[in-house]
Design a protein around this ligand. Structure first.
Ligand code: ZN
Ligand code: ZN
Ligand code: ZN
Length: 469
């Protein structure tokens, strides 16, 4: 794809300037059967945009086969099923902006759900900024592809918590075996809860997170050792059977055998005579009992067949599947690793991670109750989780973090709007973004009385929030 070269060249450019950048003249495919609207939109675009208008999805499919586009503008007044098919096919490859005659939150959400990057109204006021919006969407798309979606993953609450705990504890994640007698589970939760360390629980329920964090370049892998796993199911929950190699029973005792060093004969017990000497039945002679004549070493004797042996026979059974009694040569070997934070990459996301931490501290100092990743539940509905909810007396503050994902943003906004209607308190809600957000999001925040806090710097965000408290 010719685009790759472009992406590489553009990265430094984007970071320096957050506003309206023309990387190039954009090729935009505009699908709308309203010919008058087509004219209006073409009139509103600047010379940095080249609009290719067509009047149906059918012709759009055809055009897209033979030509590359930077952005697609798609009118929403087409049957939903057709729109879905179209979005499905193209939204991953080319950013799509939804266009509509009406300011309808439902249509906007539908568009977002299908993968639209933004939603624009065919009204003069909105169209004034259409060139800026198209360039922004195009830049965001490049940025997103550059980042390999890594920061997007920070919207995953579990990943955030694991990273937070790794930073706070300064400890690595270590793979180890932890199998125990089933009837003897004793867990002291006190310490874990006091420090609110949740990473272990999250990791045990979502083992894939480690892989994701490595892929995101947040963790380094270090080999520790290898261990035995079931050849059938790869489980490390292995039971070791120890037995007599003669009769195969697992019923034996350990004792210290005495060996006569001169002839190598082994005695299960020694008889010391009056003179302090011991008889070697092999040499048929008495020897002084000291370390130059005799040594002692651990031995085992079978309680069933009396066979003696120095090492019990070992075979393995799997506690997770039905395989029993396999030998070490049948076993599968697996690696145990240690995962350490890569600090340079973590620094890039620290503000994102610690935003909530700082906010929490601020409100706790004001004696608010603070809940992170909290759901609001009544008889009929579960809303959230919201990134943070703080409350005291009649006051409730709800915080959400906006992301690049339009659908995520819109669903959070709708949930806040719904929550506000059924909680009988004085609610203020805030939507925080660490970088620009979508136009439609700004509009809906205004409509639903949610305070937008769009700042790059942590301190600025806190400062701005304090003004509203
Ligand atoms: Zn035996
Ligand atoms: Zn001897
Ligand atoms: Zn198994």
């Amino acid at each position: 794809m010719g685009n790759e070269e472009h992406i590489q060249n553009s990265s430094s450019f984007i970071n320096e300037d957050k506003d309206y950048i023309f990387l190039k003249k954009l090729e935009v495919l505009y699908i709308d059967n309203d010919i008058a609207a087509q004219k209006v939109i073409i009139n509103h675009t600047t010379d940095t945009i080249h609009i290719n208008a067509c009047d149906s999805l059918y012709s759009a499919y055809e055009i897209l086969e033979s030509k590359n586009f930077d952005v697609i503008l798609c009118d929403m007044s087409v049957p939903q099923k057709q729109l879905k098919g179209f979005f499905n096919m193209f939204e991953q490859k080319i950013p799509i902006v939804a266009v509509s005659n009406t300011m309808d939150a439902k249509i906007a959400y539908l568009a977002a759900k299908m993968g639209a990057k933004d939603y624009i109204l065919k009204k003069n006021n909105d169209l004034k900024n259409i060139s800026r919006l198209l360039h922004k969407v195009y830049l965001e798309d490049i940025k997103e592809k550059e980042k390999n979606n890594s920061l997007q993953l920070l919207n995953d609450m579990n990943i955030r918590i694991v990273l937070r705990d790794l930073i706070n504890t300064e400890l690595p994640i270590i793979q180890r075996l932890n199998t125990s007698f089933e009837n003897d589970i004793l867990i002291n939760e006190t310490i874990k809860n006091a420090y609110n360390i949740q990473a272990n629980d999250i990791l045990s329920n979502n083992p894939h997170i480690v892989k994701t964090l490595i892929k995101m370049n947040f963790l380094d892998k270090e080999f520790i050792e290898q261990t035995v796993a079931c050849p059938n199911c790869k489980s490390v929950n292995i039971f070791i059977h120890y037995s007599c190699d003669n009769c195969k029973n697992s019923n034996f005792k350990r004792y210290d055998a005495i060996q006569h060093i001169k002839c190598g004969h082994l005695m299960s017990n020694k008889k010391i005579n009056k003179n302090g000497k011991v008889l070697c039945p092999n040499c048929k002679d008495f020897y002084e009992y000291n370390s130059s004549n005799f040594s002692s070493k651990p031995e085992y004797q079978c309680n069933i067949c009396s066979n003696t042996f120095t090492i019990p026979s070992m075979s393995y059974g799997c506690n997770s599947c039905n395989i029993d009694k396999f030998s070490i040569s049948d076993a599968r070997w697996i690696e145990l690793n240690k995962y350490k934070l890569k600090s340079d990459n973590i620094n890039k996301i620290k503000s994102n991670l610690f935003l909530l931490h700082d906010l929490e501290k601020f409100f706790k100092d004001l004696e608010f109750s603070v809940k992170q990743y909290e759901k609001i539940v009544n008889e009929d509905h579960t809303l959230g989780p919201f990134e943070m909810i703080v409350f005291k007396d009649r006051y409730v503050f709800i915080f959400i973090l906006l992301s690049n994902d339009l659908q995520h943003n819109l669903s959070k906004i709708f949930e806040i709007d719904y929550a506000v209607k059924f909680i009988d308190k004085e609610i203020k809600s805030f939507a925080i973004a660490l970088s620009d957000t979508q136009e439609i999001v700004l509009k809906l925040l205004k409509k639903f009385n949610i305070i937008p806090i769009i700042k790059e710097d942590l301190q600025d965000i806190l400062f701005e929030i304090k003004k509203h408290i």
